[in-house]
Design a protein around this ligand. Structure first.
Ligand code: E4P
Length: 228
């Protein structure tokens, strides 16, 4: 299973890259805005250079299919590790599958985003998506079974041999991460705050403190014996 960072915060990306557990980055227009990127191209170029050759998802910001294609083709010229995020439908419910099909046909990798059901994921896979983003948190928000949708999608992809990989997104807790992992998500895209929460544990801190203190006591006793 792979871990992507769901952020455009350069400091956080650098930090987690150094720990060697990051396999890619995902952004969306809301994340870019929150993290202070106003110039999408400059922000995307900085992130892609930082994580190269790992994939970086950058999302189009239009409802018009022709404009989606134009933006996607432009994004793809910024760096070889750009993946273009296309929403499964536009805000009026019109499918964007033809855009996905066209871009994948041109060799531009697509992450079909804002998927909230098995049916949407199936259609994204059939359109040729490299990645299908299932929004676990938003599925759960509506009282539906996020891990169940991921599990069924994984079963369906494997049953029919589709190449698409599931990205579990919209992560709201460490429990979400664990449930998505066990449900069979190929990738989980994690906001950095939950990376910090996932690695931490108060009893680990107590345990480490005990080891450090005992190690230092033993070292001090050896030093004392040596100088006698
Ligand atoms: C990731 O690819 C998604 O854009 C992101 O996880 C969405 O998260 P949200 O539901 O918290 O906006």
């Amino acid at each position: 299973m792979e871990i992507f960072l769901d952020t455009s915060n350069i400091t956080e990306i650098r930090k987690w890259l150094r720990h060697g557990v990051v396999d890619g980055v995902t952004t969306n227009p809301s994340i870019m805005l929150k993290d202070g990127h106003r110039d999408l191209e400059a922000g995307a170029r900085e992130i892609t250079a930082l994580v190269h050759p790992l994939p970086v998802s950058v999302e189009v910001y239009t409802n018009d299919p022709d404009e989606m294609l134009r933006q996607a083709r432009e994004f793809a010229t910024w760096a070889g590790n750009i993946v273009v995020k296309i929403t499964i439908i536009d805000e009026n419910g019109a499918p964007c599958l033809n855009v996905v099909k066209t871009l994948e046909g041109e060799g531009i990798r697509v992450n079909v985003t804002a998927c909230l059901s098995l049916g949407q994921a199936m259609l994204a896979a059939k359109a040729g998506a490299t990645f299908v983003s299932l929004f676990l948190g938003r599925i759960n928000d509506e009282g539906n079974d996020g891990p169940g949708v991921i599990h069924k999608t994984r079963q369906w992809l494997d049953m029919w041999g589709y190449k698409s990989k599931i990205i579990a997104g919209s992560i709201r807790s460490v429990m979400d991460i664990q449930q998505a992992a066990m449900a069979g998500a190929h990738i989980i895209t994690i906001p950095p705050e939950f990376m910090s929460k996932m690695v931490d544990h108060k009893y680990s801190r107590v345990t480490v403190s005990q080891f450090v203190n005992d190690g230092q006591r033993a070292f001090a006793e050896i030093e004392k014996a040596r100088v006698r």
